[in-house]
Design a protein around this ligand. Structure first.
Ligand code: ADP
Ligand code: 5GP
Length: 207
């Protein structure tokens, strides 16, 4: 697989992050954004699912009803959209375009179907798959998160098997076992070995 290291400060673009629900995508991306607040912006999607406790409208997602979502979809509001576990999810186009125009890198945390759409419309986007160490660990993380019903967990696990079967479609596969190692691998995939080593040296120097 040819490394496709992309992120440069003077030029924005798209980075797609896909992987089973509960694998730790949000956790990893929050770490990355905290570390490089001027370089990356996490796209906020629209969803028709209900907010989980702690989730805030406009922060984790924009929570819309199906009718509003459908109208926006028909009006071309979304860069990509998909149905996942009986709910609709979409990436607002304008937000992404504005952020790229500012020279930042937009992180899209989206499902497999959405990632395939972006591969067609933005073939230059870097696509990264986050995998769990095992399906048993994935199930444990979904349960420990205490945010989803048994039914929602079962749907997410069924979907996970489909997503795992498609990981070869991506530029990089990162196994999120040890969190710090996975963050470092994500940095390397996006920013390149040199930058990662610099940041690793500076963080080990300061702690
Ligand atoms: P996703 O965004 O992929 O649905 P989350 O970021 O919500 O997943 O993570 C799911 C759960 O797993 C959270 O409780 C999170 O704290 C935990 N988690 C994430 N990464 C790790 C890791 N490397 N080791 C152990 N637990 C993790
Ligand atoms: P959750 O309900 O667990 O937050 O997300 C369920 C799935 O929907 C995850 O795989 C997540 O990456 C995906 N998802 C979140 N936002 C979007 C989006 O805007 N588009 C697509 N295609 N998938 C999304």
């Amino acid at each position: 697989m040819t490394p496709k290291t992309v992120a440069k400060v003077d030029k924005g673009g798209l980075i797609v992050i896909t992987g089973p629900s509960g694998v730790g995508k949000g956790t990893l991306l929050n770490r990355l954004c905290q570390r490089y607040p001027d370089l990356f912006r996490l796209s906020v999607s629209v969803t028709t699912r209900s907010p989980r406790p702690q989730e805030v409208d406009g922060r984790e997602y924009f929570f819309w009803d199906r009718q509003k979502f459908e109208q926006a979809r028909q009006a071309g509001f979304f860069l990509e959209w998909a149905e996942y576990a009986d709910n609709l999810y979409g990436t607002p186009k304008q937000q992404v375009e504005d952020t790229i125009a500012q020279g930042k890198w937009v992180l899209l945390e989206i499902d497999l179907e959405g990632a395939r759409q972006i591969a067609q419309t933005f073939p230059e986007a870097l696509r990264i798959f986050i995998a769990p160490p095992s399906m048993a660990v994935l199930e444990e993380r979904l349960r420990k998160r205490l945010t989803d019903s048994e039914e929602a967990i079962a749907k997410r696990l069924a979907h996970a098997a489909i997503e795992m079967a498609a990981m070869d479609e991506f530029d990089y596969v990162i196994v999120n076992d040890d969190l710090e190692e996975a963050v470092a691998e994500l940095e390397t995939a996006i920013l390149g070995e040199e930058t990662w080593q610099k940041s690793a040296n500076s963080s080990s120097g300061s702690s």
